[in-house]
Design a protein around this ligand. Structure first.
Ligand code: TRP
Ligand code: SF4
Length: 404
């Protein structure tokens, strides 16, 4: 299904292997992936080369992080029979596409990606004035385009990278998608759809071209997708022909914006490894319980008899993630009147977090005990991903006249 038609249902996303995953990842990313895997053809990969762009001076931490990440995905419920999981560096075609795209990507496009300067400033202790770091978003473009993915679930901070990917794809198609006899081939392809359909297609195309009507564009695309009797190549030509350009070799993806996670850390800031305020998915229950029991509360509640204010308490943010309305009413009332103590207030959260982690940890243990199983899930995923990547590269090489 390696065609433009596939792009509307194919989802791709990656994560950099930076250690064990925590509840912030679970609520912010993984729960979303769990839903997507039922709805779309999903590809999830460990972006190990991306980790190297910032950790090139100490790559020894990457291997463990890679396998920890895969186990955490599986433990969270990413299902190998529904989603394809793989490791970036095991599909070397990503690197080839990155190289070829680098030939035609204006330097300014990369220098202007906001994360380039932001991260350099934020990670002052690292020297990120490297060629690899500048190319980070373009490597990401290659990751996406090589699967002709239609939707890319990402957080706010990654939207600019998907936008760059769209621009790169557009430029690529414009430069290399022009077959000398494109117009003629598009006409022939149209005939193959039959009189009625091709008439409808022409109408949509005209409406789109004359009025920029995106509904007509969508309708034309849907029409093409439903055609059984045209080849993948013809379909891609006709996709390109709607907009007037050449054949679409690398379709433009869309970002599927993931809502920012409300998951707070143990100190009330965003949960993040760099703040050391995390609960990892595989922390043992006693540790989790202790971490929650000792987390700070409203500083005004020095003694049990001092009233407090949930708005000033990180525990309250946990209630907003985990508790129902009646529990939250109980907290508000009990806190403001000093009717309940903080340990009492934390108990429902401890129960909820432990219950949430239980099935995850049970599954994690099963996979930890079967490293061969984990490896075979990844081997299969890499094989499947690679097949698609190879096909795309053969289209790309052909388009760039590299198939001598
Ligand atoms: N850059 C992403 C991040 O830091 C990870 C990533 C790499 C990615 N390649 C991707 C995400 C392709 C989506 C699609 O989170
Ligand atoms: Fe925080 Fe609950 Fe204690 Fe109030 S009672 S300060 S909300 S932990």
């Amino acid at each position: 299904m390696n065609s433009v038609a596939g792009q509307y249902t194919r989802v791709l996303s990656g994560m950099r292997p930076t250690g064990r995953l925590h509840l912030g990842h679970y609520h912010g990313v993984l729960k979303n992936w769990l839903d997507l895997q039922h709805e779309y053809e999903c590809f999830f990969f460990v972006a190990d080369w991306h980790a190297l762009t910032t950790h090139y001076d100490d790559p020894t931490i990457i291997p463990n992080s890679v396998w920890d990440m895969v186990i955490d995905w599986l433990a969270a419920g990413i299902n190998p029979s529904e989603a394809t999981m793989f490791i970036q560096s095991r599909v070397p075609e990503h690197a080839e596409l990155h190289l070829l795209l680098s030939m035609m990507t204006p330097l300014g496009w990369l220098e202007r990606v906001p994360s380039y300067k932001d991260q350099q400033e934020k990670l002052k202790e690292r020297d990120l004035a490297t060629y690899g770091f500048l190319g980070y978003p373009l490597l990401q473009s290659a990751d996406i385009l090589i699967y002709k993915a239609g939707q890319v679930p990402v957080g706010e901070d990654q939207v600019a990278h998907v936008e760059l990917t769209r621009e790169v794809a557009r430029r690529f198609n414009h430069m290399y998608g022009r077959e000398p006899d494109f117009e003629e081939k598009a006409q022939q392809a149209m005939k193959k759809m039959g009189k009625k359909t091709s008439k409808l297609y022409k109408q949509y195309r005209k409406t789109y071209q004359e009025q920029g009507d995106t509904e007509a564009l969508d309708a034309a695309r849907a029409l093409l997708e439903s055609q059984q009797n045209i080849t993948v190549n013809d379909r891609e030509r006709l996709f390109g022909y709607i907009e007037g350009g050449g054949k679409v070799i690398l379709p433009e993806p869309q970002s599927l914006l993931t809502k920012a996670s409300k998951m707070p850390g143990l100190d009330g800031q965003k949960m993040s490894k760099s703040y050391e305020n995390t609960i990892s998915l595989r922390d043992d229950p006693a540790k989790v319980e202790k971490a929650l029991k000792t987390m700070p509360t409203d500083p005004a509640r020095v003694r049990r008899t001092d009233p407090g204010d949930p708005a000033k308490c990180p525990v309250w943010q946990f209630h907003q993630v985990y508790s129902d309305q009646s529990t939250m009413d109980w907290v508000t009332e009990g806190c403001k009147s000093a009717g309940i103590g903080c340990i009492e207030c934390k108990q429902p959260i401890i129960d909820k977090v432990l219950a949430e982690l239980k099935p995850i940890q049970d599954r994690a243990r099963e996979y930890e005990e079967q490293p061969d199983l984990v490896r075979s899930v990844i081997n299969e995923g890499c094989e499947k991903a690679r097949e698609i990547a190879r096909e795309t590269m053969s289209d790309v090489r052909h388009a760039m006249s590299l198939d001598y």
